[in-house]
Ligand binder design. Sequence first.
Ligand code: 5GP
Ligand code: MG
Ligand code: MG
Length: 184
Amino acid sequence: MRASDIPEDFDRVLYTDEQVASRVREVAAQIDADYAGREILMVGVLNGAVMTMADLCRAMKSHMSMDWMAVSSYGAGTKSSGVVRILKDLTKDIEGRDILIVEDIIDTGLTLSYLVQNLRSRNPNSIEIMAMFRKPEAVTCPLDVKYVGFDIPNEFVVGYGLDYADKYRNLTDVATLAPHVYNS
Ligand code: 5GP
Ligand code: MG
Ligand code: MG
């Protein structure tokens, strides 16, 4: 669905699907250049990174394989709980591998800091991060993020995999919600 299909649910569109797609292609080219000749193990963080992973890996020319993790962070609300729990672990051994974590959005950075620390203890050859969105004003756990799609203002956004109460993941644009959505 596009924001124009249900305009009453959204306050503002930050990025259209075309803008997202074009930025994903740029980042894919950067990753290809950086990893030339190496095989990447892309680790997607469920569920938010599903769209980014699907588009990013298809825009890449490098060989890659894919694995997924699920961690708890926000629950149904819009505030970080501060507690990170692994709900689904990787299916592959990552020792000696070149890992690229694919994440939808970095808010406080808490989730990814935990994840990086956890994956590092499994002795991969390298770990880098690709985040489709980042809120620089909200970061409390500074992280070395090699690839960022867009830096955005400190607002709650939905679309392109990002949900509110598990909805709006299938919105192709990225938008902020109208106040009535939070109150209904
Ligand atoms: P952090 O641990 O960096 O504070 O938050 C990470 C997770 O919180 C993200 O992976 C995402 O699932 C969720 N999150 C943070 N900001 C937003 C936002 O603006 N919109 C949505 N839908 N989820 C967010
Ligand atoms: Mg996420
Ligand atoms: Mg969520």
